[in-house]
Design a protein around this ligand. Structure first.
Ligand code: DX5
Length: 243
């Protein structure tokens, strides 16, 4: 559990396209969710990701729109929902209504990805598209005009605390190239095993949004320290890529 009294470090001003540090609430104490999201805000995360799981698309079951809505009034941070569910279309509008600015749809989870992403916009949200490790970037190149974020999973979805898949870094470079070819501003997000030991190389491969759960909740110096350290290392990796 995070403690609200964690001092918020003076995180460096985040540039327009500087690294974004995003909290997964998967490790949070769900019995104290309001306090946990308030503590994440105090720690300086940029937004919160809700891992919505249905025990079908992934072998785990978590929370849905009602829980997200309950947490909404406890923080001003933006919310995004990652729909790790077998039928995302039935949850898109409800996640937006619950307070998510963005809804991320897995390319593998819908028979018509283009229509599902259109549904996010029709519901008033911003759309993101996610890929499991085995899914090639080609699966999303035809929907990049519909999204403001691409999520490359660096673990197999379902659980926190897994080992980062270094093998995803060529895919990150390919996704970054596909995004740059559009000429549009699209975030490239990674999720799974993001830690001080892994964030520099995935930033160097093209990521600029970093979702983390274990590192935030397990840092012995508190979440604010984790945010500050990850942000600095991510900026280092991004700088190496752009050099
Ligand atoms: C997997 C989850 C995790 C979580 C972050 O489905 O999406 O990746 O958000 O987990 P950590 O940071 O503990 O690897």
């Amino acid at each position: 559990m995070l403690h609200r009294d964690q001092p918020r470090t003076s995180a460096p001003a985040v540039g327009a396209r500087g690294p974004r540090i995003v909290a997964s609430v998967l490790p949070a104490d769900l019995a104290r969710l309001g306090e946990e999201v308030a503590a994440l805000e105090a720690a300086g995360v940029d937004w919160i990701q809700w891992d919505v799981m249905d025990a079908c698309f992934v072998p785990n079951l978590t929370f849905g729109p009602d829980v997200i809505a309950a947490a909404r009034r406890h923080t001003a941070l933006p919310f995004e929902a990652q729909l790790m569910v077998a039928n995302p279309d039935v949850l898109i509008a409800r996640c937006v209504e619950a307070g998510c600015e963005r809804v991320i749809v897995h390319a593998e989870s819908t028979h018509n990805l283009h229509r599902s992403l259109m549904h996010v916009a029709e519901s008033g949200g911003r759309a993101g598209v996610a890929m499991n490790p085995a899914t090639p970037v080609e699966a999303v190149v035809n929907v990049l005009d519909l999204v403001d974020l691409v999520l490359v999973m660096t673990v197999n979805p379902g659980f926190g605390g897994q080992a980062y898949l270094h093998s995803m870094e060529p895919k990150l470079r390919a996704a970054r190239a596909a995004i740059e070819a559009t000429g549009r501003t699209i975030w490239l997000e990674v999720d799974g095993g993001i830690a001080p030991q892994t964030i520099v190389s995935c930033a160097g491969a093209g990521a600029d949004v970093f979702v983390t759960g274990s590192t935030l909740f397990q840092d012995p110096q508190g979440p604010a320290h984790a945010v500050q350290e990850l942000r600095a290392l991510a900026a280092q990796g991004m700088g190496q890529r752009q050099a």
